[in-house]
Design a protein around this ligand. Structure first.
Ligand code: ADP
Length: 631
């Protein structure tokens, strides 16, 4: 606005100056014309008298003419002497006037017929406009000069009035120009500025920017269209953002790792699972070469082949990073080229198959174990039956012995199948447990009673260890479990304790109940350990300060003990430290596995502390029932 107003004002001022100069010239021209006309009239009228020289009558005539025309008239002879002057009263005054020969207007008139000048009067001491005219006789001979003059003051008064008018006009025009500039800025330049600002905002990503222009002209239409455009852009960008976010959330939530690679084998996108599989940060990997992020040459080759042939590839990569469970990590990778020629990139979909492989191997081991376990007693039965058929049947003593063996092996088989069925039922959640408060003292007493004869047979002392607990709370201690399930747990543990304790040994069963700190639990939690193994992560002990309303039931023996490396494995199916010994003792290798699964089903934990040659302590931790917890 300032530029526009400044330019327009400057133009108005220049116009004013030119106009005022021009009007001054015009006024002078008019004055000159008037002076010339007056001089002509006077010259024509007084030509005869000019020729005859100075006279009182001439002076009087000139004075009168001067008064009438309000103009000073001076008659000058050819030699420059003044003949009459309308501003002088007497002839003597005229005679006293100096010679006018050298006055500029007279000099000009002598040569050119007329002359003019603007100068202070030598006789009147005021600036005058002079106009001199050469007067000629009828024959054309110059006889003198008539000079008409007007004081400049009166001209200046006139020009000043016109100049004032001009400058007033200039001021009005200037104000109009200012107003016009303001209007132009308001209606044209400002909307254009707002539009430019909005366009810049949108270019920098601010799609919410709107233009506020209320013009009813094309600019207004442009602004409204612009607003509609930015509104649509905003909606589209939001939609795009939401779609992108959704895709990222889906990708981030996927268990499978996904990596998108461009034609130059640089990572365009990678999800969290991919980062976890190959130990890199997905956000930091974007834009980096695949080989630099995932150091696997087989994978790199598969990507190269997929890019060049456009055919999908499949491979299984062994992770170079150590798996948390210290096993090798297996990753199944599918390399899918993107459509287009040349191939613009590939998408890698990766799946951790370590767990699958582990389960597969567990399944294989299980089948092998089951077949082996079933085969052994069956082979024995078959062998005894054949022996009987081949003649032993007729030997009463031998036949009795062999039949007893067959019965024994059949019992073993039965025992094994029952154990397997039970384990299968617990694992598949088909076993329905009746979880009720179960009095520990009562169940322990019954179990001890059941095993007393077996213990006595080996002269093993079987007792309850009160461990200095206050008898009331101790005898009323109840856990939340299935009655039969808890019996099975204790039966298995006491049976093992008696089996693996030499004669004259000692087996004690005890329990403690209350808020126990995790560190007080002592025994390594096998249930937890086994679960974490299944997950492939090392178990972490809960924080020491956490209070657990639990009951700990332990079965302690002075038996052969278990080596530290075997302690974590005895809870696995069919795992036996000494296979022959276990079989000889009638073990199936499933007892502790059943204990582990039952305890887990009741929300508890089982663990073992043992020293080879000295004995073992199996501890079962079960949730305390509320009434007992209050005690
Ligand atoms: P089994 O039927 O062979 O006893 P379990 O699952 O009950 O099977 O036990 C697995 C293995 O753990 C046993 O074979 C034995 O080697 C070991 N074990 C269990 N309890 C004891 C114990 N109290 N003392 C020493 N070793 C034991």
């Amino acid at each position: 606005m300032l530029t526009c107003a400044g330019l327009n004002l400057a133009a108005a001022v220049v116009f004013g100056v030119i106009l005022s100069d021009w009007q001054q010239k015009r006024i002078l021209e008019q004055v000159d014309r008037r002076l010339r006309d007056a001089a002509r009239v006077v010259g024509a009228e007084l030509a005869d008298q000019i020729e005859s020289g100075r006279s009182e009558a001439l002076q009087e005539r000139v004075r009168r003419l001067g008064r009438e025309a309000e103009t000073r008239f001076t008659l000058v002879a050819l030699d420059g002497s003044v003949l009459a002057d309308s501003q002088r009263t007497t002839l003597a005054d005229v005679e006293a006037m100096d010679n006018h020969r050298d006055r500029p207007e007279i000099v000009q008139a002598r040569t050119r017929g007329e002359g003019r000048s603007l100068r202070p009067s030598a006789t009147l001491a005021a600036t005058q406009r002079y106009f001199a005219l050469r007067v000629e006789a009828a024959n054309g001979k110059p006889i003198g000069f008539v000079r008409a003059a007007l004081p400049v003051d009166s001209i200046e008064v006139q020009t000043a009035a016109v100049r004032r008018l001009i400058w007033s006009l200039v001021a009005i025009v200037g104000l109009c120009v200012l107003g016009l500039s303001y209007w132009i800025v308001g209606h044209i330049i400002r909307p254009v500025g707002s539009l430019t600002e909005a366009a810049e905002a949108i270019a920098s990503g601010d799609y919410r920017h709107r233009v506020y222009v209320d013009n009813r002209d094309e600019l207004g239409t442009l602004a409204r269209t612009f607003n509609q455009m930015s509104q649509q852009l905003d909606a589209r960008m939001k939609h795009l953002g939401q779609t992108g976010d959704r895709q990222l959330t889906v990708l981030g939530g996927m268990i499978e790792g996904v990596i998108a690679v461009d034609a130059r084998r640089r990572i365009v996108l990678a999800n969290r699972a991919a980062g976890e599989l190959f130990e890199f940060k997905p956000t930091a990997a974007e834009g980096r070469p695949l080989l630099e992020v995932v150091r696997n040459h087989a994978l790199h080759e598969a990507v190269t082949t997929a890019l060049s042939t456009g055919q999908s590839q499949r491979l299984e990569a062994k992770s170079s990073m150590p798996h948390p469970a210290a096993t090798i990590q297996y990753v199944d990778i599918h390399v899918q080229p993107l459509p287009g020629a040349p191939c613009p990139g590939v998408v890698l979909v990766m799946q951790d198959t370590t767990e699958l492989r582990r389960l597969e191997s567990l399944r294989r081991d299980f089948i092998a174990n089951v077949s082996h376990e079933l085969k052994t007693p069956l082979s024995s039965i078959k062998a005894y039956a054949e022996t009987l058929r081949n003649g032993a049947l007729h030997d009463p003593e031998a036949s009795q012995k062999f039949l007893a063996r067959i019965e024994e092996q059949a019992d073993r088989l039965h025992h094994l199948i029952m154990d397997m069925l039970m384990l299968a039922r617990i694992e598949s959640d088909q076993q329905v447990f009746d979880i009720v408060p179960v009095c520990v003292a009562e169940i322990v007493a019954r179990c001890l009673e059941d095993h007393r004869s077996a213990a006595e047979a080996k002269r093993i002392s079987l007792a309850v260890d009160m461990d200095g607990a206050p008898s009331d709370a101790w005898s009323q201690c109840s856990v939340r479990a299935d009655r039969e399930g808890l019996r099975d747990i204790l039966d298995n543990l006491i049976d093992n304790a008696i089996k693996y304790t030499p004669e004259e040994g000692r087996v004690t069963v005890g329990w403690r109940c209350g808020q126990l700190r995790s560190e007080e639990r002592g025994a390594r939690s096998e249930a937890e350990g086994a679960r974490s193994e299944e997950r492939g992560a090392r178990s972490e002990e809960p924080a020491a300060h956490i209070q657990h309303p639990v009951a700990q039931i332990f079965v302690r023996d002075t038996g052969i003990g278990i080596k530290p490396e075997d302690q974590r494995r005895v809870f696995e199916r069919f795992y036996r430290v000494d296979k022959a010994r276990s079989r000889e003792l009638g073990g199936t290798g499933l007892g502790l596995s059943i204990v582990k699964h039952l305890v887990q089903a009741f929300g508890g934990k089982v663990g073992v502390v043992s020293e080879p040659g000295k004995g073992s302590t199996f501890t079962v931790e079960l949730p305390l029932c509320e009434a007992a917890a209050k005690l």
